[in-house]
Design a protein around this ligand. Structure first.
Ligand SMILES: O=c1[nH]c(=O)c2ncn([C@@H]3O[C@H](COP(=O)(O)OP(=O)(O)OP(=O)(O)O)[C@@H](O)[C@H]3O)c2[nH]1
Length: 218
């Protein structure tokens, strides 16, 4: 049985769309400080695997605002709790107004898989483009890739990363969670999309789709 290790129910709901048999485990693994998601998810997956003893997935995600050089990024959960989503949106739009640019950002999600075993060679990066058939600029594309995180002596971990680009807007919509109401992709905020629509273009959806392909062969 595959275990999705998270304290966030929103992540679990989205994962269930891709994975037939998945059990949510509410385990608060240590989040190391790093400026990208990969090392945080990889360390978390090793710790979670040691705790659970069965195959685990750990999902680390964040909002990377262009005008703030990627902040809040790995600190997104802390910033959501302290500043709040609306203020992050206000600050990002104020910043863009100062610089005369469009307030752009990307969501990234790294899923780390660990089952205690080694992995074969990884497939190439995948460009998913837009699943709704719209003609999008490079700025609005959704992509995914995989890497291995293998440090000598460590339990191997495989990483699946998904990204989606969009614009920061005034909050709209009731669905999703976290920063979804202020993140617009192709004219619609993630909070205005159904779960299926969000999954089709989202950072987590792209990472999960790539993982599901890999896991089917595992
Ligand atoms: O609008 C959003 N749409 C998403 O699809 C999404 N995915 C993550 N987030 C936000 O980014 C931070 C992740 O932090 P995070 O990966 O550390 O997770 P977390 O602390 O919520 O749970 P855990 O899995 O670590 O237990 C938190 O602020 C989340 O609200 C999202 N916001």
């Amino acid at each position: 049985m595959l275990h999705y290790v998270t304290t966030n129910e929103g992540k679990v709901r989205e994962a269930e769309e891709y994975l037939d048999e998945v059990r949510a485990v509410d385990f608060d693994y240590t989040e190391v400080q790093a400026d990208d998601l990969g090392p945080i998810a990889a360390r978390g997956a090793r710790e979670a695997y040691a705790h659970v003893g069965d195959p685990v997935l750990v999902d680390d995600a964040g909002l990377f605002v262009d005008g703030f050089d990627g902040f809040p990024g790995p600190y997104s959960a802390y910033v959501e709790e302290t500043l709040g989503v609306e203020r992050v949106g206000d600050l990002a739009r104020d910043r863009a107004e100062e610089t005369g640019e469009t307030p752009r950002a990307q969501f990234k999600c790294t899923i780390a898989y660990c089952d205690g075993e080694d992995f074969a060679a990884t497939p190439d990066a995948v460009d998913y483009g837009d699943r709704r058939g719209h003609d999008l600029s490079a700025d609005d594309r959704a992509t995914a890739s995989t890497t291995d995180s293998v440090v000598a002596g460590d339990v191997p971990v495989k990483l699946f990363e998904g990204r989606v680009r969009g614009r920061i807007v005034e909050p709209r919509g009731e669905g999703g969670f976290g920063y979804d109401p202020i993140f617009e992709h192709d004219g619609t905020t993630l909070a205005e999309m159904s779960a299926a629509e969000k999954n089709a273009i989202s950072h987590r959806g792209r990472a999960l789709a790539t993982f599901a392909e890999f896991y089917a062969e595992r």
